[in-house]
Ligand binder design. Structure first.
Ligand SMILES: *Cc1c(COP(=O)(O)O)cnc(C)c1O
Length: 366
């Protein structure tokens, strides 16, 4: 077996989904399984979610959507990102639900739909303040009307997205919610079918009950983290991923010896140094050099010296009962967790789990 592997604790995924379901109160859930389910393995995560009653899945790209479809998943698949025109025909043919932001793109999909003889499923995204994709609220009505009138377009839903929903009681998010409802009210009034109305990412699911609408789009919360540590006490989540490696070498070094590239760490006394069989090529970010701690059994040990591509070193201290081939926890539910690592290097837990590379085998544990 490889030195480095990622346990995916499916029980914790079920736990997190149950917490989200309790908030959703029967609303539809569209889990984000993009980016290989935030590094957890999209197909396996999606299969587990389907077993728990999930019937729609969100991905970022056509390739991600195809991977799920080809693995036999039955859910509606929503593609959140915009595609190049050359991908439109395949996306329509496979009946994916497609985020759209402007009329030109929608007409392009409509053309593909006509050629194929099968309608394209459209999700109209409104930009109420994210500033990424989405039409302006003023444009939404005329686009919705166009979709409504075309026999080759079907409205799957209307959505918006929040840039700061991790902040509670924030005026900006409140104004986005108001702008969204005002816009869809106008569309509904003219008798246009809006499909599912959906706004909430994890931050909004926790902070803004009035944003839950018909459907919610949790991502990071499913995988056991909150988008901001200020929310940790509001919902009890359990990290799903545990990244492990092994002690592959132990040596005694003299006071003053230096460890690893750049000689950035010097032993303050005679000590035992263990080499761990994982590195930045596995997704254990090099910026963690000299900052992170790993866990072996119940004790934490500091990473010393520069993290290499395939290995890094830890200081066991002058006397230690750590043995060759002991398991080393880089991050996971019993700590340190991905949030701890993220804080050390000024990023978010999303990036820590996404970074776990394809070289690392995911082992699914029930
Ligand atoms: C990724 C994504 C989500 C999920 O966000 P989390 O913060 O992980 O809950 C929801 N909606 C859209 C449009 C996204 O791109």
């Amino acid at each position: 077996m490889a030195n480095t592997y990622a346990y995916i604790h499916l029980k914790n995924l079920s736990h997190n989904l149950a917490r989200i379901n309790a908030i959703a109160q029967g609303r539809k859930i569209l889990p984000a399984v993009k980016a290989n389910a935030y590094g957890h393995g999209a197909v396996e995560i999606a299969k587990h979610l389907e077993k728990q009653g999930i019937s729609s899945l969100a991905v970022a790209t056509l390739e991600e959507a195809m991977e799920l479809r080809e693995s036999g998943l039955k859910s509606d698949i929503v593609i959140l990102g915009l595609m190049c025109p050359s991908d439109a025909a395949v996306a329509v043919k496979n009946d994916f639900c497609l985020f759209c932001s402007d009329i030109g793109y929608i007409k392009m999909l409509e053309n593909s739909a006509k050629k194929i003889g099968q309608p394209a499923r459209i999700n109209l995204e409104i930009d109420t303040g994210m500033g990424r994709t989405g039409c302006m609220p003023e444009e939404a009505f005329s686009i919705a009307e166009y979709i409504d009138k075309s026999p080759y377009l079907m409205m799957y839903g209307i959505s918006t997205h929040f840039p700061v929903s991790e902040l509670a009681d924030d005026d900006f998010t409140a104004s986005q919610i108001a702008s969204f409802y005002k816009t869809v009210e106008l569309i509904k009034k003219r008798g246009i079918d809006t499909g599912y109305l959906h706004l909430a990412n994890s931050g909004a699911i926790i902070n803004y009950p009035d944003s839950l609408a018909d459907m919610i789009r949790p991502g990071i919360s499913l995988y056991g983290y909150v988008p901001d540590t200020s929310l940790s006490n509001k919902v009890s989540l359990k990290p799903v991923m545990e990244l492990l490696s092994k002690v592959i070498f132990i040596k005694r070094v003299k006071k003053g010896s230096t460890i690893s590239y750049g000689r950035r760490w010097q032993a303050p006394c005679d000590t035992l140094i263990a080499t761990v069989g994982a590195g930045y090529a596995d997704g254990y970010c090099r910026l963690l050099s000299g900052k992170a701690k790993v866990r072996i059994k119940d004790r934490l040990y500091p990473v010393v010296g520069t993290i290499c591509m395939d290995q890094f070193m830890i200081d066991l201290g002058p006397a230690s009962d750590v043995k060759l081939y002991d398991d080393v926890v880089l991050f996971g539910p019993s700590g340190p967790d991905a949030q701890d690592l993220a804080e050390l290097i000024g990023t978010i837990p999303y990036e820590i789990t996404c970074a776990v590379s394809s070289r690392v085998k995911r082992v699914y544990i029930n």
